[in-house]
Ligand binder design. Structure first.
Ligand code: GTP
Ligand code: MG
Length: 329
């Protein structure tokens, strides 16, 4: 929030030390203490403790009012959220320009539904259109293919520098815990080298969870771990104004009731591996389906600002493209 304990009236460095020893590290924490507690921690009388809490509260409230008006948030979003085009203009117009930064987008679908191809196109477009770098965490060996990125880039006349893409290869990601460390490795590298990364792809996000948590009885543990990952990714998305794109496979659902639920939620009878936590975690949820030999469908089925919409796209040698434009050639 930008204020520190020393900004509170009556608090100097010695008092901060006492507070920190008691685990109180922020103005917000101080503001919610009872005066009896604070009086014990600082060895001051109740009146003095009450006065300190009162000024901490005032300071915290001023900050809240300053930061959280709807107008501020609107302006902040308009100034900061950038969109990475997908290569398919029909999908871009549904997405108001492309995949947004400051959000987590989940792409899910079956085998060969285009998840990895779309992510590669986003990397190329992030570098070219946003002029920012990209990061890729590969969790399944051999799926991140730099030559494919070069092919997509040259199709739009862009001279790709592969050094602009940070990659964590699959051999480093055996478990969800390794994956969590990979976020921290990337953040560390960004800070150390001063890199401006506009897109982080985790392909596949669901695979390490599926391999690590094999039984139904482990579902609660898996959900808890996915939530921890989402929490960290949310922070990265807003701290660095990044687009986070996660891919997930869909799995068969054993019982009819859950199948019906999946149809209502996502348009088909399969659910993302990782269950509902995965489904509810991304801000934007897009399911991908292969509909014909050379045609795919993207369904934006859950987004805070877009009604459920389906659009067709193609995967060509040049990358992700519109159906009509590729047909006309
Ligand atoms: P899984 O990772 O197996 O779950 O699949 P996915 O959804 O990631 O599929 P992916 O994006 O890898 O591939 C989708 C389709 O894109 C493939 O079935 C191919 O038809 C096409 N494709 C993949 N690689 C290339 C390529 O290098 N060039 C062209 N033209 N098409 C490709
Ligand atoms: Mg893939």
């Amino acid at each position: 929030m930008g204020v520190s304990l020393t900004d509170v009236k009556g608090i100097g460095p010695a008092t901060v030390e006492k507070l920190e020893k008691a685990g109180i590290k922020s103005v917000e924490q101080l503001a919610t203490l009872r005066k009896e507690e604070l009086s014990k921690i600082l060895g001051v009388n109740l009146k003095q403790a009450g006065d300190i809490i009162q000024s901490a509260k005032q300071l915290a409230l001023d900050q809240l009012l300053e930061v959280y008006t709807a107008e501020d948030i609107k302006r902040y979003r308009q100034e900061n959220i950038k969109r990475i085009p997908t290569g398919c203009s029909a999908l871009d117009s549904v997405l108001k320009g492309g995949i947004p930064t400051m959000s987590i987008t989940v792409l899910f679908g079956e085998y060969a539904s285009g998840k990895t191809q779309l992510c590669k196109q986003l990397v190329v477009n992030c570098l070219k259109q946003l002029g920012r770098k990209a990061a890729w965490i590969e969790t399944e060996p051999g799926t991140f293919i730099p030559e494919r990125l070069e092919e997509m880039a040259s199709a739009i006349g862009y001279q790709l520098d592969l050094n602009d893409i940070i990659v964590v290869p699959a051999r480093l990601i055996g478990t969800p815990y390794n994956l969590f460390l990979a976020y921290e490795m990337i953040e560390h590298k960004m800070q150390k080298l001063g890199l401006d990364v506009g897109l982080l792809v985790v392909d596949s996000f669901s695979a390490p969870f599926r391999k690590h948590y094999t039984g139904r009885e482990q579902l609660p543990d898996r959900s808890a771990e996915i939530s921890r990952h989402m929490g960290k990714l949310d922070i990265l998305a807003s701290k660095y104004n990044m687009a986070i794109v996660l891919t997930g496979q869909v799995g068969d659902i054993p019982d009819a009731g859950s199948q019906l639920h999946a149809v209502v939620k996502t348009g088909h009878r399969k659910n993302p591996v990782g269950g509902n936590v995965f489904l509810h975690s991304g801000t934007y949820l897009i399911s991908l389906i292969k509909t014909k030999t050379d045609e795919w469908e993207a369904c934006v089925f859950d987004a805070p600002d877009i009604p459920m919409t389906k659009v067709q796209f193609r995967i060509t040698r040049e990358g992700i493209r519109d159906v009509s434009r590729t047909r006309a050639r």
